[in-house]
Design a protein around this ligand. Structure first.
Ligand code: ADP
Length: 462
């Protein structure tokens, strides 16, 4: 990462310095060329005005002027006639020689003669001289050095490159340190996740500060907490299942061994023991059936088949089935459903959920009590209530009764044949319908369970 950032910083800075250098060079080139061209024209004008070319007596003054200008501009100045013969040379070396210079030729043709000869590091600028009739009688050539500018540009670009390099190093070091700060908690996160994946569900990521990584760590912690609690409840569930199945199995074992040990037991005793064994098997079957229902409800991939369901019809059907149980206990069995409510529901699952509630109401209401089933709705939800005048549930127990295998009074429920799974099934089924369930009760004075179900199923992904 360090090298990556180093390159990322270096390349643009390098491009920047290269471009800057080119821009500066272009600027100086054009400025110097323009300036020299201006000076050449100015000298040409002076020569013309003072008749330096036509009056030989002025030649000393003429040369003096040229020399002065040459010193002022730090450039070599040559004056040529129209045949390219050098009339004056600030260097004196080319005087009276014929000099063919492209810039002079251009000037004599009337166009601007200016050129930067990079190989020589010199700027050649030429301007023509006119006589009073407008004829081009000669040209002024200024040869100025560009080496100084090149030297300056070289120094600038050298300094730039040095600065670029140092800036890149500094930027990379800063990036290195800051990515280190960022990567350390990420590495820690990865290590913790690996431990969690290996099964250490009690591991937690340390959350420090308030940034994206700490938010991520918090989310991972929440997820792990959920996993841990699911893991705990799964093992609790397995141990509960084992325990629940062990009890009837132990009874069956004791009963069958008692029969086996009796050589000459009366037939009634055999019958009685076998009946007990039979009811223990029924009990195990009930537990297993309830467990299977729960597994089906838990399995999100298992089918959920909503159809238009008349809740009134469903309640009547459940109550008809359970009527004998209520009748046996002389319980007043009331349905309060003035209007019918139709909802989209998986009938089998909902039937099981509501019949568990009504079955419980009958089970936990003493003889002569009242069990009332109500149906109501608003524009979004249907409400089914099951209330009884039974033993009720204490506030402390109310939060636990929907847990699997939870029974308020173990011994009494074993007598009533409960598995402790009925309300867990109801709860799971109601949740799958997108609804909710709540209980209102006071110990000793009955209980009311209210189920809320949405009228329309909101399909996942819709
Ligand atoms: P069970 O199969 O034992 O009835 P449930 O899951 O249906 O199991 O109920 C859990 C516990 O909640 C029951 O053991 C019982 O103690 C309590 N309970 C459920 N419904 C009622 C009710 N209507 N009145 C009083 N207690 C109830």
């Amino acid at each position: 990462m360090f090298f990556l950032y180093f390159i990322i910083c270096l390349v643009p800075l390098f491009i920047f310095s290269f471009t800057m250098n080119n821009i500066l060079a272009g600027y100086f080139e054009s400025r110097n060329t323009q300036n020299m061209l201006y000076q050449a024209n100015k000298i040409a004008g002076t020569i013309q005005k003072n008749n330096y070319l036509t009056d030989p007596e002025l030649s000393a003054k003429f040369l003096n002027d040229i020399d002065e200008k040459s010193t002022e501009l730090s450039a070599r100045i040559l004056v040529l006639d129209k045949n390219c013969t050098v009339i004056a040379d600030s260097n004196r070396s080319e005087t009276y020689k014929i000099l063919i210079v492209p810039e002079v030729m251009d000037a004599l043709k009337g166009s601007a003669g200016a050129n930067l000869r990079k190989s020589e590091g010199k700027i050649y600028t030429a301007a023509y001289i006119e006589n009073e009739y407008g004829d081009r009688t000669g040209a002024v050539l200024i040869v100025s050095s560009f080496a100084e500018v090149y030297e300056l540009l070289g120094t600038i670009s050298h300094d730039w490159l040095l600065l670029t390099f140092f800036l890149s190093v500094i930027a990379s070091v800063i990036v290195y340190i800051s990515t280190g700060h960022m990567l350390t908690p990420l590495t820690l996160l990865v290590e913790t996740i690996k431990k969690i994946t290996d099964g250490n569900l009690s591991e937690r990521c340390s959350v420090k500060g308030k940034n994206e990584i700490s938010v991520l760590a918090g989310a991972i912690n929440d997820m792990t907490e959920k996993l841990e609690s699911e893991d705990t409840s799964r093992s609790e569930f397995v141990s509960n299942v084992s325990h629940e199945l062990k009890t009837p199995l132990s009874s069956i074992k004791v009963l069958s061994e008692s029969i086996l040990l009796q050589n000459t037991a009366p037939e009634e005793m055999y019958k009685e023991f076998l009946q007990d064994i039979n009811s223990e098997i029924d009990r195990m079957t009930n537990i297993i059936n309830d467990l299977l229902s729960l597994v089906k409800l838990d399995n999100r991939d298992a089918g959920f088949n909503p159809t238009d369901t008349s809740l009134r019809k469903m309640l009547i059907s459940i109550m008809k089935t359970l009527y004998p149980l209520a009748n046996d206990k002389d319980i007043e069995f009331i349905l309060d459903a003035e209007k019918d409510v139709e909802i989209e529901a998986d009938e089998t699952k909902l039937y099981l959920a509501i019949s568990n509630l009504i079955d419980n109401a009958i089970k936990y209401t003493p003889e002569g009590g009242v069990v009332k089933v109500g149906l109501d709705s608003d524009h979004q939800n249907a409400y089914i209530s099951v209330s009884d005048t039974g033993i009720g549930i204490s506030e402390e127990e109310q939060s636990k009764i929907f847990n699997r295998f939870y029974r308020v009074d173990k011994t009494r429920d074993r007598e009533t044949g409960g598995t402790g799974l009925g309300l867990a099934i109801t709860h799971a089924a109601v949740l799958r319908h997108g609804g909710s369930i709540k209980v209102l009760s006071k110990e000793g004075s009955g209980a009311t369970f209210t189920v809320r179900l949405p009228l329309k199923q909101v399909r996942e992904g819709a």
